[in-house]
Write a protein that binds this ligand. Structure first.
Ligand SMILES: Nc1ncnc2c1ncn2[C@@H]1O[C@H](COP(=O)(O)OP(=O)(O)OP(=O)(O)O)[C@@H](O)[C@H]1O
Length: 238
């Protein structure tokens, strides 16, 4: 489904990611771990097109998407829940959620052909957002904003969802709600996840493979069922 081949990327001032090779099959999910500044966020941003590919390729269902703009990638099926939510603070919650509409209609949803039916379904997963629809996103708490960010990404109808530290600074009841939603959408729509998270106990059931990123390169990788998985997970403590 998603393949990164000898990928180099970074910022104008520096090459951060070096020779990244990752391959994700349909309905498979991965965890990215690594110390602060290792390049995890840069990797998610590069997959989404927010950082330019310097060398190498990104394939999505066999199509090279290197040159596509972020909105075009979202229309193909890449969803993103960025670190720090990145909502439009002066737009209402409803307006933030409706920014997903064009990406939704760009492709067929297997169960919900109509955006408004799908919108009602997604809202039913986040009942606490119903009373907040007309509030500005910037006036919400951090946890509520994270729910809006996740709901917005889901409304684009992603085939793969990139989640950058989705539980950072979130209270336990909202952490549990986010997990419940992720389990439900995985069961129902078989979507894949790329998760950056250091609290293994939260996401262990959701993932199939772990990659350790260090200084912009992949240092180790293992499937959950591999015998060396314990050795790979030790890097979470570094
Ligand atoms: N806008 C930028 N311009 C230049 N360098 C940047 C920029 N943003 C990040 N970097 C650098 O890129 C490197 C990787 O940062 P990145 O945010 O991808 O790491 P990370 O693994 O996600 O870290 P964390 O766990 O702290 O979120 C760091 O050295 C960082 O300083």
């Amino acid at each position: 489904m998603l393949e990164l081949k000898s990928l180099y990327s970074g910022y104008k001032s520096a090459i951060i990611l070096k020779d990244i090779n990752i391959s994700i099959k349909d309905s498979e999910s991965i965890l990215l771990i690594g110390r602060n500044g290792a390049g995890k966020t840069t990797l998610l941003r590069t997959i989404l097109g927010l950082n330019k590919v310097i060398d190498g390729s990104i394939y999505f269902y066999g199509k090279n998407i290197n040159k596509l703009k972020p909105y075009e990638r979202v229309r193909l099926g890449l969803g993103y829940v960025p670190q720090g939510r990145k909502l439009f603070p002066y737009l209402t919650v409803k307006e933030n959620l409706f920014t997903a509409k064009n990406a939704f209609t760009a492709k067929k949803h297997t169960i919900f052909p109509n955006f408004y039916d799908y919108f009602d379904y997604i809202l039913s997963l986040f009942p606490s957002l119903i009373g907040l629809l007309n509030k500005t996103a910037g006036s919400l708490s951090g946890g509520e904003q994270q729910l809006v960010s996740l709901a917005r990404a889901l409304l684009t109808n992603p085939k793969i969802l990139l989640l950058d530290e989705p539980f950072e600074g979130i209270q336990p009841s909202i952490v549990q709600l986010i997990l419940k939603v992720l389990y439900e959408i995985r069961e129902r729509f078989r979507i894949s996840f790329v998760i950056v998270e250091h609290r293994l106990e939260l996401i262990w059931e959701l993932i199939d493979r772990v990659y350790v990123i260090d200084n912009g390169s992949i240092l180790k990788e293992a499937a959950k069922t591999d015998t060396n998985i314990g050795e790979v997970l030790e890097y979470i403590y570094i």
